[in-house]
Design a protein around this ligand. Structure first.
Ligand code: GTP
Ligand code: MG
Length: 206
């Protein structure tokens, strides 16, 4: 699949402000600073599409990007949305801000009817984190479909990344009957980009 166009549409504080739900939508979520905005830029090959920052807490709203793609020998065209969401687990945020975030995200995830898949980003450098596992439990409770994307794989040795991925999936096994599809990614080195695009292409064609 080739991305022929990627444009910023709108930043919304509420799911009701989001664009008309007239095409498939894929959202990126995960802890603050895990690399959501960077992965969107890697996938679209547009380094300045989503705003990134070395300091956590950069993305604050629900950001929609309109994507146009073509695929296959016939160059079939598709239109879909990528959504960059604010991260969770940012320690310096006030309780009021955290509650607002929880409300905004829960409403968006539960009510957005064109949401096809949520990519939950997990930092591949760390052992399983409680807040990531708790967030996945909520997705399960709300019946939101998701896949995992382990990020920043360029920052660790492949053996460490593999060990952390395995440990995370093992931790999930304690409560989940089925494990989700997962991707190992690096926005820096464009690792996992093709796999994620193929996944999206297959979902779009279903
Ligand atoms: P918030 O919007 O604050 O929740 O953060 P985010 O999850 O959108 O993270 P962002 O994409 O802004 O990246 C955070 C920092 O990690 C930036 O300094 C990025 O350059 C860096 N980063 C993101 N992905 C990668 C990666 O794959 N490899 C490396 N080496 N650095 C990365
Ligand atoms: Mg961000």
């Amino acid at each position: 699949m080739n991305i022929t166009s990627a444009t910023y549409v709108i930043s919304s504080a509420d799911y009701l402000q989001c664009p008309k739900a007239d095409r498939p939508e894929y959202a990126f979520i995960g802890r603050s600073n895990v690399g959501k905005s960077s992965l969107i830029n890697s996938i679209t090959q547009r380094q300045k599409l989503a705003k990134t920052s070395a300091a956590p807490g950069k993305t604050q709203l629900i950001n929609h990007f309109a994507i146009e793609s073509s695929s296959g020998q016939k160059g079939l065209k598709d239109k879909w949305y990528l959504v960059d969401l604010p991260g969770y687990g940012y320690a310096k945020r006030s309780l009021t801000d955290r509650r607002r975030w929880e409300q905004m995200i829960e409403h968006y995830l539960r009510k957005r009817e064109n949401l096809v898949n949520v990519f939950v980003l997990i930092d591949s450098r760390h052992s399983p984190q409680k807040n990531d596992l708790e967030f996945l439990s909520n997705l399960g409770k709300w019946q939101v479909p998701f896949t995992l994307a382990f990020t920043k794989a360029d920052k660790e040795k492949p053996t460490v990344v593999q060990r952390n991925v395995k440990a995370f999936l093992d931790a999930m096994r304690e409560t989940w009957q089925f494990l989700p599809q997962s991707f190992v990614t690096s926005a820096e080195k464009n690792v996992g980009r093709d796999e994620i695009l193929t996944f999206i292409e297959n979902c779009n064609n279903e």
